[in-house]
Design a protein around this ligand. Structure first.
Ligand SMILES: C[S@@+](CC[C@H](N)C(=O)[O-])C[C@H]1O[C@@H](n2cnc3c(N)ncnc32)[C@H](O)[C@@H]1O
Length: 205
């Protein structure tokens, strides 16, 4: 993104000054349930906009081969220390997600408070990237932020808008009602596991 250094500084300052209302300080309560249903051991898992990465640590602990991407060095330093202290390993990448492309797609993309951190004008581009990052038959574990208000960040991720973004032709949506996960900032998230339909990876790059 053109305004990346300014944007990077903005996010990093938040971490340095502790203005991180999105950070639970622990894993999202829905993650253990998901990990009971999905064995991530030895799977390639991407956590875009990972922040302090509590989920990165948990996924690595479960044996996943995790790639964690964020633009804020302070958050990534903390994550690196956390991983090291626990004797865990993950590929921690400092990069702008709008300029990053992995060599091969992932089995699982764990989407938490990353989409909603970007203004809606960037969502099409973001969704296109998520689709490229996920292999055919791979999963997106998504927590769509519900603020119920205009403006952001965090930006409200209306479920209908999410279905337009992550189109049912590209993603298999679950039939069940999504789990509602309270967020410490006073909002809530809707939790969905979407399955990537035929990704035709080669034609998308
Ligand atoms: C609201 S925070 C969420 C962090 C983490 N997912 C969590 O739930 O604790 C959004 C994260 O996205 C990162 N971010 C924002 N824009 C980014 C970009 N263009 N590329 C990579 N990371 C970005 C920020 O540094 C921040 O860590």
């Amino acid at each position: 993104m053109k305004d990346c250094p300014k944007q990077q500084q903005g996010w990093d300052v938040r971490y340095r000054t502790g203005q991180t209302g999105w950070d639970r300080g622990e894993v999202n309560p829905v993650l253990p349930d998901w990990l009971q249903a999905v064995d991530v051991c030895d799977r390639r898992v991407l956590v875009p906009g990972c922040g302090r990465g509590h989920e990165v640590v948990e996924l690595a602990r479960r044996g996943a081969r995790v790639t964690a991407v964020d633009i804020a060095p302070t958050a990534l330093d903390a994550l690196g220390r956390d991983l090291e202290a626990r004797g865990l390993d993950a590929d921690v990448v400092e990069c702008d997600l709008f300029a990053w492309q992995p060599g091969e797609p992932f089995d699982v993309v764990y989407e938490q408070t990353s989409l909603c951190a970007h203004p809606p004008r960037l969502w099409e581009e973001y969704a296109h990237r998520v689709a490229r990052w996920t292999r055919s038959g791979g999963l997106m574990m998504a927590l769509f932020m519900q603020t119920g208000t205009a403006g952001g960040p965090p930006w409200h991720c209306d479920p209908l808008a999410m279905q337009r973004l992550f189109r049912p032709v590209d993603w298999r949506w679950p039939a069940q009602v999504p789990v509602r996960v309270p967020h410490p900032a006073g909002f809530h998230e809707l939790a969905y596991v979407l399955e990537r339909r035929d990704a035709r990876w080669e034609t998308l790059i």
